[in-house]
Design a protein around this ligand. Structure first.
Ligand code: NAI
Ligand code: MG
Length: 356
């Protein structure tokens, strides 16, 4: 099988971790012997924006639709306001390709460790999947500014929650929970303070929940949820939350599992009408860009999730096994307390794949 993958490295360490992931994916294809990749290297980044005033050139979305999946690095650079880079590239891609769920697994990989003392003795205590609503909510793009630049400036940021939008992500989350050993789902809102959209989330949760008697479900307010993640990690398994809340909770989850540098995400169009997009959750990290020290594991894990989505579950497991073996043998970047650079970790993972 030949898979056509559009790779968009973007900016900063996005280019370093994407290069590393492409190298590891090529090795994975070689050792599996069952599939191969055909790459469409897409060079949209902040440089494109400076040159032509947009990140996505005309016809760009159509180009991506020709691929089986998209692999993304990160976008954003300090000379361009972050709301412009985000709203010019990653958010339009998610919206235009109907990628309405963003799945973020988090666990403590073998060979790495958590800053939580409760997880040091037993790393299996933290094994979560965060299901993030990826199409509306607080990132719907509604709002505006009046009297801009004056002392009377007013900015409105309107969150949009629709019943179909909530229902489809809620069903996806219940299905995800039902497919995991513990069959546990926690739904997160802030429906005490936000009394319209969040209350609608609660109502849809009650309805959908009735269809899944095998899933033990509960709900939490997002502020209390942060404490529970830190204090009682084992009480959680699958988590569903809005675009903003899940964005924040997944960075916390990544840090609790060891580092933001390991965390993957899958932007899925579950209807499979459009290609889905896989990316590490970290950004372009200008503070460490160009130094060869970025942790490529988040990109590798995202690559494994991509391969799984394409139907090659065995190869995905093999890649994660190689990543964990390499880490256990000491191939770890600084953020994980190690000494290795991006290249050493990448070479170590390729070597593990060869030896398997
Ligand atoms: P960031 O994730 O780029 O960096 C946060 C901190 O984590 C930094 O200290 C960085 O060095 C460290 N870090 C991140 N990834 C790492 C890795 N793989 N290995 C080792 N250390 C790592 O977030 P920040 O600084 O808030 O944003 C930087 C730029 O990235 C901004 O322009 C922002 O808008 C953009 N961004 C883009 C995203 C995307 O393209 N999906 C997501 C998040 C931020
Ligand atoms: Mg984020």
């Amino acid at each position: 099988r030949l898979y056509r993958i559009a790779s968009i490295p973007g900016d900063g360490i996005g280019t370093e971790t994407t290069d590393a992931a492409v190298q590891v994916l090529e090795k994975l294809a070689e050792v599996s012997g069952k599939f191969a990749f055909e790459w469409d290297h897409v060079d949209w980044n902040s440089k494109t924006y400076r040159e032509i005033g947009s990140y996505i050139p005309p016809g760009g979305i159509e180009r991506l639709k020709k691929s089986d999946a998209i692999f993304f690095g990160a976008c954003g650079w300090p000379d361009i306001p972050d709301h412009i880079s985000l709203w010019s590239l990653i958010l339009p891609l998610r919206h235009r390709l109907n990628q309405y769920v963003n799945v973020r697994p988090t666990r403590i990989l073998r060979g790495t460790s958590s800053p939580l003392s409760s997880c040091v003795a037993d790393p299996s205590a933290l094994d979560w999947v965060i299901v993030r609503e990826n199409s509306e909510g607080e990132y719907a793009g509604q709002g505006g500014t009046t009297h801009a630049g004056t002392p009377l400036a007013v900015g409105t940021e309107v969150a949009i929650f629709t019943r179909p939008g909530i229902e489809r992500v809620m069903r996806f989350a219940f299905d995800t929970a039902a497919g995991r050993p513990r069959k546990l789902l926690t739904m997160v809102t802030k429906s005490n303070a936000q009394r319209h959209g969040m209350v609608l989330w609660d109502a849809v949760y009650d309805e959908v929940r009735a269809e899944y008697p095998d899933v033990a479900a509960d709900r939490m307010l997002v502020d209390a949820m942060t404490c529970r993640m830190v204090l009682r990690p084992r009480s959680l398994d699958t988590i569903v939350a809005t675009n903003l809340h899940a964005d924040i909770l997944s960075d916390l989850a990544a840090a609790l599992a060891g580092s933001i540098g390991i965390a993957p995400s899958s932007n899925l169009d579950p209807t499979r009408e459009n290609p889905s997009m896989f990316e590490p959750i970290h950004g372009s990290a200008p503070d460490i860009a160009g130094k060869g020290v970025a942790n490529p594991v988040g990109a590798f894990w995202s690559a494994a999730e991509m391969v799984r989505w394409l139907g090659q579950g065995e190869a995905a497991d093999r890649l994660m096994e190689a990543v964990e073996n390499a880490a256990a043998k000491g191939a770890r970047t600084k953020d994980l307390g190690g000494q290795s650079g991006t290249k050493e970790v990448t070479d170590a993972v390729c070597k593990e794949l060869e030896g398997m």
